[in-house]
Write a protein that binds this ligand. Structure first.
Ligand SMILES: [Zn+2]
Length: 107
């Protein structure tokens, strides 16, 4: 499945937690980052250049919140496998950034 490469102008080398305005019915203990989310949260793995690759479905959701400061770069035919699969170790291995707003609808 094709993906879309996004770029953040300032954040580098870490996990970017992007909060969407869609609220969970109950708090969700997230196995990916080990914290509790009360709203839909995307975990974007930014490389040292500030790039990440998302699916077209995730891109559509990000567009609903003004792309959370990210820029669309190009389509990627065969994106590499996502490697966010080790619960409990992300905070040890990565810096974590969060969206500063509450994921409110933009306009
Ligand atoms: Zn999480």
């Amino acid at each position: 499945m094709a993906g879309v490469r996004l770029h953040h102008p300032t954040l580098r080398g870490g996990i970017y937690l992007v909060k969407h305005f869609r609220q969970y019915r109950y708090p969700f203990a997230c196995p990916t980052c080990g914290t509790v989310h009360i709203q839909k949260t995307y975990h974007l793995n930014l490389d040292n250049g500030g790039f990440t690759i998302v699916s077209p479905e995730v891109l559509a959701r990000l567009k609903e919140i003004g792309l959370a400061g990210l820029e669309i770069m190009n389509e990627v035919e065969k994106p590499p496998a996502i490697t966010l699969t080790i619960p409990g170790t992300i905070y040890d291995r990565f810096r974590v950034f969060e969206t500063t707003n509450r994921g409110e609808r933009n306009g």
